[in-house]
Design a protein around this ligand. Structure first.
Ligand code: FAD
Length: 416
């Protein structure tokens, strides 16, 4: 066992077992652990032998001279008891399941295959088509809760119903889309179930001992936090639309659909009597294959015409960074980033966007990133797949000309 210069035993990392999750770094109160080549490394002079890292390591990659009780074993005991499977809340609204629910079903399938467990769809109301879609999209079973009161939405009633369904089925993980509705219901549901909830995750993974590794931006997007829910079940997480990838529909998949009746009558708290569809003309930017994202560097609205032409040629639409929304130039629905929309287009073109962390947090799923920027040292340029350095007012007309001559597909395929 390694010792420090004072002859005290210190913890040791078995590098072949370390998954690089960095949970030990968060646990260590003495800054004794750093990452080197994707593996944790312990500074023996700083290590006090407190063993917090040993008990927190989900991969059993850190050892100490005396046996240490694994903290996660309590969680495993609960999880391995009656809590089983990964449930996805299938948000059903206006006759349709929200896209984010299918994105989460895809992620749940991937994790469930790793854990050797099943993917369970939870749907409040919903129709037969939604249930068969759930099977085709990756669920093994669907629990459809029925109530006469699901026709009009109230967060309290839906939150309680989802909590009740969860109590009955006992999934070890519950994933919910971070839509307006999902964000409300998830908080209520977690409170009723007295479990933890990590909101707005950008990454999810699973450890060997069935802990959900939830990653989300924190401190204004400047660092990514990795969060575990060791003690309580289910482990709950919300994920914004557009972060995870949908699986292809597979109509040949087989699964079960069970109906559960929910007879609780909602209390007489304020109820929605009528829903008036939004008349906003703003399209959903996350549904476009290309996004032309304008930043503060786009200094004249006179150029919007040519930028719209570029967007049109690439089969996309215009979006923007936060300063343009703050300046009242674009509606909030067009904002990309941590406090705006999360997008994952095939092609993201950032024009006059510097690439601040809060902006980049919303575009991580983009397949190809092109930066048009006058500053070759901007973070956006260093993160982009291709960059064009210069004044966008000169570059964009040339790009339009090139696309008209060579076709948009050439650009989408990344051909220069
Ligand atoms: P700037 O940072 O000012 O960059 C302008 C860029 O344009 C520069 O790189 C410059 O080189 C380039 N440029 C200038 N002239 C030209 C030209 N003629 N041709 C080509 N390039 C040119 N921001 C978001 O976008 N989304 C969010 O969701 C978001 N959430 C936030 C949340 C919090 C809590 C905080 C604190 C901030 C948030 N921000 C967000 C703001 C973020 O920190 C940045 O301030 C913002 O993204 C910068 O926008 P920008 O890149 O358009 O502007």
């Amino acid at each position: 066992m390694p010792k420090n210069s004072k002859g005290k035993d210190v913890a040791e990392v078995i590098s072949s077992k370390c998954s690089g999750c960095q949970i030990c770094i968060a646990e260590c109160a003495f800054d004794a652990i750093i990452m080197e080549d994707g593996v944790a490394l312990i500074d023996p002079e700083k290590c006090t032998g407190c063993t917090l890292c040993v008990s927190s390591c989900p991969s059993d990659a850190i050892i100490f001279s005396r046996p240490v009780r694994k903290r996660s074993s309590r969680a495993s005991a609960e999880a391995n008891g009656t809590w089983r499977g990964i449930a996805v809340f299938l948000e059903y609204k206006s006759g349709k399941v929200a896209d984010v629910s299918w994105e989460l079903t895809g992620k749940a399938r991937e994790m469930a295959d790793k854990m050797g467990t099943e993917v369970i769809g939870f749907i409040l109301g919903g129709d037969d088509a939604a249930c068969s879609d759930a099977i085709a999209m990756g669920c093994d079973s669907v629990y459809r809760m029925q109530s006469a009161h699901f026709e009009s939405y109230t967060a309290g009633y839906f939150g309680e119903a989802l909590a009740e369904l969860t109590r009955q089925i006992k999934p070890e993980i519950l994933l919910i889309g971070a839509t307006h509705r999902g964000s409300e219901i998830s908080g209520l549901c977690a409170t009723k179930l007295e479990t933890g909830l990590t909101a707005d995750c950008t990454e999810l993974d699973i450890t060997d001992d069935r802990l959900l590794v939830m990653t989300r931006p924190t401190f204004g997007g400047n660092i990514m936090a990795t969060i575990l829910c060791r003690e309580k079940r289910p482990q709950m997480s919300t994920v914004r639309p557009g972060v995870m990838k949908k699986r292809d529909r597979d109509g040949s998949r087989k699964g079960t659909v069970k109906t559960i009746y929910y007879s609780v009558v909602p209390p007489e708290y304020p109820r929605i009597l009528q829903t008036i569809p939004s008349v906003s003309e703003t399209a959903d930017i996350s549904s476009f294959k290309s996004l032309i994202v304008l930043g503060k560097g786009v200094n004249s609205s006179l150029h919007y015409g040519m930028l719209e032409e570029l967007a049109h040629l690439l089969g996309g639409t215009l979006a923007c960074s936060r300063p343009l929304v703050e300046a009242g130039l674009f509606p909030y629905e067009r904002q990309v980033g941590q406090t705006g929309r999360t997008v994952s287009p095939r092609l993201y073109v950032g024009i006059g966007v510097s690439g601040a962390v809060q902006h980049m947090a919303g575009i991580q799923g983009s397949e190809k990133i092109i930066a048009i920027n006058s500053d070759r040292n901007s973070p956006m340029v260093s993160m982009a797949d291709y960059s064009i350095i210069g004044d966008y007012a000169e570059i964009v007309p040339l790009l339009i000309e090139r696309i008209k001559a060579r076709g948009a597909e050439a650009v989408l395929k990344g051909e220069r």
